[in-house]
Design a protein around this ligand. Sequence first.
Ligand SMILES: Cc1ncc(COP(=O)(O)O)c(C=O)c1O
Length: 385
Amino acid sequence: MQRYLDHNATCPPLELALTAQIEAARGAFGNPSSLHGSGRAARRILDDARDALAAYIGAESGSLVFTCGGTEANNLAILGGFASQEPGHIITTAIEHPSVLQPLARLEEAGWQITRLRPNADGVVAASDVAAALRENTRLVAVMAANNETGVLQPVAEIGVVCQEHNSKAHDKQGNHTVFLVDAVQALGKAKISLRDWNADFVSFSAHKIGGPRGVGALMMRRGMRIQEIAPGGGQERKRRSGTENVPGIAGFAAALGQIDFSALQSLRDAFEDELLAALPEAVIFGKQAPRTANTSMFCIAGLDGETLLMQLDLAGFEVASGSACSSGKREPSHVLLAMGARQDQARSSIRVSFGPSNTPQDATALVAELARIRQRLRSMAGAA
Ligand SMILES: Cc1ncc(COP(=O)(O)O)c(C=O)c1O
């Protein structure tokens, strides 16, 4: 039996999201831009889904642009918002997802100056650091709501206030204000989404982290925000994102909203961490002192390689993630943990467990027992060598 413990990577699809997708694919096959009945039926599904997402996150329906996922939503805000502008200054954090870091690196190549703030040892970026880094020509502040590796929540409401205060005092010579982008992909369904409190101009979302389909997401754009399409075409989504909308996927996204109560997983996650520390006292849990999404636990066990651990766990039926990223065949340590001040060996050996609604306390207990067994085995192999 495989135990799936990797819900931050993707959440298994919810039955009702699958049903909504199949019904939309079969029953509303028209192109939502077509004016005939079949097109109008597809358009209705799109409109209903947009209204549902808007109501769920507290936004206006017209502010939502459907995309092919969180990656595209972040790229649309960053490249669509700024690539055609005069280069200025941008503040972000060293712990963002690659879908924020990479488009920002592209802007840097084009002459933009990027400040990448580091979090404290618990993984939290201070709003005061954002305030201190602001310049007259800061055009964008990009900070995630919840980190995908550690689950640590960032003080986005405080950072929103910092941006608002900055904007009320200063404008650059062209009258540009500082735009605030929040990557809320890992926060949706797991933390309070409060667009009003966050004072954000752009917020990105993804469907597959909440039991909806992969390849579907959305960007919330505050009224008055302008972007240039990054893949120009037929002008769908009010000329903000061309391409025929993925109507079944979007229907599945809407159906999944609010269906999983991730906060209910806190006692399971906490019990897992207690059991882990009791069985393997050398384990280090990252971000444990910070507010975190309730389903996530990232840790390392001194002396045990993360990749080896992950493979051994997989063989024993536990599907978890490692914090290290694989790039061109070379294993890179987790950039998130390095930014938090973890040692290279810790950043290379980290394991992320992210629980979901089908997990039970028995899964957590069995995982700890397996970790202890693997440690024993690897240590005795190392001793015998
Ligand atoms: C924080 C964060 N942002 C963005 C993304 C990208 O979302 P998608 O997989 O929908 O492209 C992810 C996915 O892991 C994520 O965790």
